[in-house]
Ligand binder design. Structure first.
Ligand SMILES: Cc1ncc(COP(=O)(O)O)c(C=O)c1O
Length: 422
């Protein structure tokens, strides 16, 4: 036997540092655990994912089918088909009094893709972005992948920004502030004076305002004033808000994947349109023909009323469970403070343990607050080597009330029993 030369060993390449650094979503983790439990035959009450139980309007579905039947299966214009951009512009004028016209509107494959494009549009690598300390977890993933530097603005006990703390977060690299009202996960609707103060702050410091309006249709109390409305009171050359909207929640189209942006000036919209190319190649064509009909009927008030009764029910039941709770004004979530809860041996319970145990012992899925407040810790090379949960976020859990009433009732009853037995 002759000894053959050893096979050369070429190790597989490693993943990019940014991909490895991207934090996992707490929502997805609970989602997967709940799904596994369901697959093993357990009846889990799902109050975790923010996917309202309304189906997409029939007229939208018919429009998609008609477009498919007509062979509208080719690439789309990069900013969206003109019919959809015009329908959106008409909605913006009618619903929000913003007469932006179709040239300011760019369609995107969901608000998620729009957020990615807008962050990259406004910020170079290492630029600073101000985020609320309790936020939709996709933001930190997008910021990490984009190589941006988040800093976190504090929220008060009603989850409204503490204006006095903002200035201290600025440095020479700060480029944008993200505002999300009504908020995921807190449901907070910022008062008009707060929105105006945030806008003035951005104007004074020459920041972009990225306004995530995914929940603008869902307001149960108070009046919604958006940063975009304030921006359009200014002359065009001073405007700074890029507002991001979604068909997902207000128009019950979560699985269809379409959102849009309103830009302050045509050239900004034009650049955003160009950024669809590397992000998506093209938007889904038949979907856009269907969504033209989203605005034909104003059926969002019907969905808002259905949500309102669940909002009331969940608030009542949680208070009855002994949780100090004052329902927020909008959105589809409650962010419930559990920092005063004690187990039988007098110990506090972390939001992670609370949610893991609620799922495994009471079969109700809610999401740990810690996952909505991850803040990066940078090593000496500037890499986000770990993420720690902000204190405020770690005090609570998120519950989605956009589920059928009987499931909501059962879920909150189970939580009550679980809390009583802690
Ligand atoms: C605050 C917020 N922004 C954006 C999105 C993304 O929406 P879309 O489904 O349009 O990607 C969500 C979805 O849950 C959200 O909660």
């Amino acid at each position: 036997m002759t000894a053959s030369a050893p096979e050369p060993f070429y190790p597989a390449p490693s993943l990019s540092q940014r991909a490895q650094d991207m934090p996992r979503s707490a929502i997805r983790r609970i989602f997967e655990n709940a799904r596994r439990l369901q697959e093993s035959g357990v009846d889990v009450v799902r109050l975790d994912i923010g996917d309202p139980d309304f189906d997409a309007p029939q007229r939208v579905r018919d429009g998609i089918s008609a477009a498919l039947a007509a062979g509208r299966t080719h690439y789309s214009p990069m900013a969206g088909i003109p019919e959809l951009r015009s329908a959106i512009a008409a909605y913006m004028a009618r619903r929000w009094g913003v007469d932006c016209g179709p040239a300011a509107v760019t369609c995107h494959q969901g608000a998620t893709q729009a957020l990615n494009a807008v962050m990259q549009l406004c910020c170079d690598s290492c630029a600073g972005v101000l985020l609320p300390e309790i936020y939709f977890p996709n933001y930190i993933q997008q910021v990490t992948l984009g190589g941006l530097r988040p800093r976190f603005y504090a929220l008060d006990e009603r989850f409204v920004p503490r204006l006095s703390d903002l200035e201290s977060l600025l440095d020479a690299n700060t480029r944008a502030i993200l505002i999300n009202t009504p908020s995921n996960p807190t449901g907070a609707l910022f008062p008009e004076e707060t929105v105006r103060a945030l806008y003035d702050f951005a104007a004074r410091h020459n920041l972009w305002v990225i306004s995530d309006e995914a929940y603008c249709e869902f307001v149960f109390e108070g009046r919604y004033v958006s940063p975009l409305q304030i921006d359009w009171e200014q002359p065009a050359e001073q405007r700074r808000v890029i507002a991001i909207y979604s068909f997902s929640k207000g128009y019950a189209c979560t699985g269809l994947r379409m959102g849009w942006t309103v830009s302050p000036r045509e050239e900004v919209a034009g650049q955003l349109m160009l950024m669809n190319e590397p992000f998506t190649g093209s938007l889904t064509t038949p979907l856009q023909y269907g969504l033209v009909h989203a605005f034909d009927e104003d059926d969002t008030p019907r969905r808002v009323e259905a949500l309102r009764s669940r909002w009331e029910l969940a608030g009542r039941e949680l208070r009855a469970a002994g949780l100090p709770f004052d329902p927020p004004e909008g959105g589809i979530f409650f962010f419930v403070d559990i920092s005063s809860l004690r187990t039988k041996d007098g110990q506090p319970i972390s939001s992670q343990d609370f949610c893991d145990r609620a799922l495994n012992e009471a079969h109700v899925a809610v999401v740990p607050g810690a996952g909505f407040g991850l803040q990066p810790v940078y090593d000496s090379s500037g890499r986000p080597s770990s993420f720690i949960a902000g204190e405020h976020a770690a005090k609570g859990f998120r519950l989605c009330f956009a589920v059928p009433e009987e499931r909501l009732k059962l879920g909150v009853e189970r939580l009550r029993g679980f809390i009583a037995g802690l």
